[in-house]
Structure formats: C-alpha cells, structure tokens
Design a protein around this ligand. Structure first.
Ligand SMILES: C[S@@+](CC[C@H](N)C(=O)[O-])C[C@H]1O[C@@H](n2cnc3c(N)ncnc32)[C@H](O)[C@@H]1O
Length: 453
C-alpha cells in the first residue's frame, strides 16, 4: 500500500510506520521528532475513496448512475469498497488498502445478545436493535435496486449481507467528514491516514484541502520518535463510539443519552400541536441529546409544554401563536410537565438492565474483561445512566422552583435561572436571557425559531 501511495504523490510515509499499541491496537508510530502543527502526512486526492471517485469508476459508475434515487453516501462508499474487494484483477492499489483493513469489527451490531444485554435500557441498546433491522431492510433494497442486477459487477457471493455489514462498519469507523467552504460536506476514506487512532488530548489536526483535494494530517502535539500519532475523531459520546467505532473511553466527558420525544398521531389535538412543535423548531417525534454539560436542554421542556396543552390553552394562544412554549404556559402546566419529566426519567432509569451502582461495582471488581464487548457495553450503560441522573436532578430543581414561586418568573432560556433582570432577544422578543454569555451560547438553538417569528 505504501508503494502505491508514494507513487501517487503521498508524503510523510518515510517518517511513520504501522505499529501495535497495547491500549489502542494497531496505529501509527513516528520515526522522528515532530513539532506541534508540523505537517505529518499528505494523502493525495487520486487515492481517496469518495462518492465522486465511485461514480467516476468506469464499471461501477454507470451502475450507480442508473440507480435512482441515488444511494446514500455510506451505501455508495460501502458498495465501492465491496466492488474493489471483489475484483480479481486491476485496482491493485485500492485493493492493497482494503487488504490492510480489519476483517472484523466490534461495533454493537456484531455483539452477541448477552453482550448487548449488559447495556439493556440504554439508548444504544434500542438504536442497535433498530439498526439491525434497518441494515437488513437496506440490504434487501440494495439487492433489488443494484446488487441483484449485474452479477459481473456485483458477484453474489461477494455482496452478501455479512459483506455489506463489514463494508458499512469500515465506512463508519474509518471515514473522515469535512465541511466545505460552500456549505456542502464530504465524507472520505484516506488510505494510511485511516490507521490513525483517536485521542482527545490532541486538537483536530486532519484537514481536507478543497483546491488540491488532498488530505493533510498535522501533528496535534509535539511527538518524539516512537510515539503513537493521534488525530481527534471529535467530541463523540461512548454510545456513538461503540456503535460506530467499536470502542469506548471510560469516563468519557461527552457521554450522552438520546431521549426520544414522541406524540401519537391519534392523540387529541395532534395536528395543532404538531404545527406548534414545528414552529418551535421541533417535530412530533424528535430525538434530543441529553449531555453531561446540558442534561436537560430547553427543547425538552418546550416539547412537553406543547404536548401537554389542552383545548383552553390552545384557544388562549389565538390563531397564530408565536414563540410557542418558549415560556411556561401556566403554573399548572409547568408543574405537570416537570412532574411527568421526573417520573419518566425515573422509569427510564428503572428500565436499565443493571443499575448504575451495580455496574460501578462490577467494573471496579473486574467482573468484565477490560476492552471486551461486555465491558464496553457496561461503560455505555454507566455513562447514559449518569446523564439521566443529572437530567432528573435538573427537572427536580425546576419543579422545586415552580413550587416555591420562583418558577412564576420568566427564566433564562439557556441556563433556566431566574435572575432579577432578564434581557430579551432584540429581534423576536421571544427568548429571555440572564446575560450576554447565555444569549450567545443559546444562539444556535434559538436562531431557527427567531428567524421564523
Ligand atoms: C480509523 S481506524 C484507526 C486504525 C485502526 N486501529 C486499525 O487498526 O485499522 C478506527 C478504529 O481504531 C480503533 N481505535 C481508534 N482510536 C482508539 C482508541 N482511542 N482506543 C481504542 N481503539 C481505538 C477502533 O477500533 C476504531 O474503530
């Protein structure tokens, strides 16, 4: 693979080598000193795996082009990988890259039932079960739309569902994403650069240069000969790390819980509430990410305020309500939704197969083999339960504030504190803040609603 890359104009390979590390597995080691910020590696445009490269292939491209609507980015890249892997001749360079990729993965879609059960109750557990079904359905569809059409290009025995799952996991765990100046994004696989492991101790140091189409890796910190070189995959929580990359970081500060909020279409006043939810930047079914930094985002409260509206509340709002549920509707509504929230989070916590305390004990006692699937699942469950505990505490505090009367006053839309004086959004007058810092921090969330009002 290195010979092919050098021929294509890659630079930096002579100062780097593949090596096995006890904590991260295979990765890249430096052979010399690097200053932070120094360019370590260039992988040229020609050898990258992108959707465009797949479409430009003289055999695969026409088959992809005739498939309408086009495949998703991940399916295109997965198909491209399987196509190259299946070729008996030609494609020597890309095939040497595929040959260097792992043959199996530890994403949760490959977990045995007993391993997945360790995180029963977590959002990862649910997502994995849904994903299993989704992958099967997607594969069936791909067979009808593409794989089943041309045995020359898609030999059946090289495009099985197991092959498809391998290719998807390859894309999930090795692809890099970049935002382009025009607002589009690009997802690509870069040979050799995809051997770099993740560390949150380095800043993001891999870039895609739009003018050359090349991928660059800079030193995210100073390195001495023999050090492992890292890149940063981003602030990814353990549930996502395990699902996509097959590993976890114990005590991950980015841990989160994906809370699904849904209203049944047959629920009373559904249509009116759906419109209000949309005007508040939400949807009748939406997933809100609860994090350690923000365990109870405003969107959850706003959703529940709307969900709990009754006929008189809706009538009082008039025909064109603006700023739906930015503020509490009434004390009764607020107490109801907060109590409902506390109860719901408690039941979510009760539904975990193994409670937090027990998991902490098991992990401390070495009950799970460190690094194994069950151990990783235990860390995900622990991380999600910790976030839910924080969310429950935040809901209880808000409930207590409403009960004590301080909840009667308008709250800061970001931190939910009730300061002596609030400053209102000058544009829509629909959100109030305790200060400039909260207003700036809330801007991304507020922007969509502000522009609509
Ligand atoms: C982009 S690849 C990196 C190269 C990979 N180790 C290999 O041998 O091909 C991403 C995969 O590396 C592993 N990995 C990356 N960073 C890791 C870390 N900090 N701890 C454990 N495994 C890691 C995971 O298996 C992940 O799916």
């Amino acid at each position: 693979m290195e010979g092919w890359l050098k021929q294509s104009g890659a630079t930096g390979l002579d100062d780097l080598e593949l090596a096995d590390f006890s904590d991260t597995g295979r990765g890249i080691r430096t052979r010399r000193h690097f200053e932070k910020g120094e360019k370590i590696l260039t992988i040229t445009h020609d050898v990258l795996w992108t959707v465009k490269h797949a479409y430009d292939d003289p055999f695969l491209g026409p088959a992809l082009l005739s498939t309408q609507p086009p495949l998703s980015v991940d399916d295109t890249l997965a198909t491209y990988l399987l196509f190259v892997r299946s070729r008996g001749s030609g494609y020597d360079g890309p095939r040497s890259h595929v040959a260097a990729m792992p043959t199996n993965y530890t994403s949760t879609i490959f977990f045995a039932e007993a391993e997945l059960e360790v995180c029963a109750g977590s959002s990862l557990y649910t997502t994995t079960k849904q994903l299993d079904q989704q992958i099967e359905a997607d594969y069936e569809e791909l067979v009808v739309r593409l794989f089943g059409r041309d045995q020359e290009i898609f030999p059946r025995d090289k495009f099985t569902i197991e092959d498809y799952k391998w290719a998807l996991c390859t894309v999930w765990s090795r692809a890099m994403d970049f935002k382009l100046p025009n607002g589009d994004s690009i997802r690509l696989l870069a040979p050799f650069a995809d051997m770099l492991n993740h560390s949150s101790e380095v800043e993001r140091c891999h870039t895609y240069d739009v003018s050359s189409g090349n991928l660059y890796v800079l030193a995210g910190k100073g390195y001495e000969p023999g050090d492992q070189v890292f890149i940063n995959y981003g602030p990814v929580p353990n549930n996502r790390l395990l699902r996509l990359y097959g590993f976890v970081l114990p005590g991950n500060p980015n841990d989160s819980y994906d809370l699904v909020l849904a209203t049944h279409p047959l629920a009373p006043l559904f249509e009116q509430k759906r419109k209000l939810l949309i005007s508040a930047g939400l949807n009748s079914t939406c997933t809100v990410c609860l994090t350690r930094a923000d365990p109870l985002p405003n969107s959850v409260i706003r959703y529940l305020r709307i969900q709990r509206l009754d006929k008189p509340d809706l009538a009082a709002m008039g025909p064109h309500p603006v700023n739906a549920a930015v503020e509490k509707i009434s004390d009764e509504n607020e107490v109801e939704i907060l109590q409902f929230l506390v109860d719901s989070i408690s039941s979510l916590l009760d539904s975990f197969g193994t409670p937090m305390g027990k998991l902490e004990e098991q992990l401390a006692e070495g009950f799970f083999t460190p690094g194994g699937n069950a151990w990783s699942a235990a860390h995900v469950s622990l991380g999600e339960q910790r976030v839910l505990q924080l969310a429950k505490k935040a809901a209880e505090d808000l409930l207590a504030a409403v009960g004590s009367g301080s909840g009667n006053k308008a709250q800061c839309a970001k931190c939910q504190k009730v300061p002596a004086q609030l400053m209102w959004c000058g544009r829509c007058n629909g959100a109030a803040y305790c200060g400039r810092a909260c207003q700036v921090a809330h801007f991304k969330e507020h922007k969509a609603i502000c522009e609509r009002n």
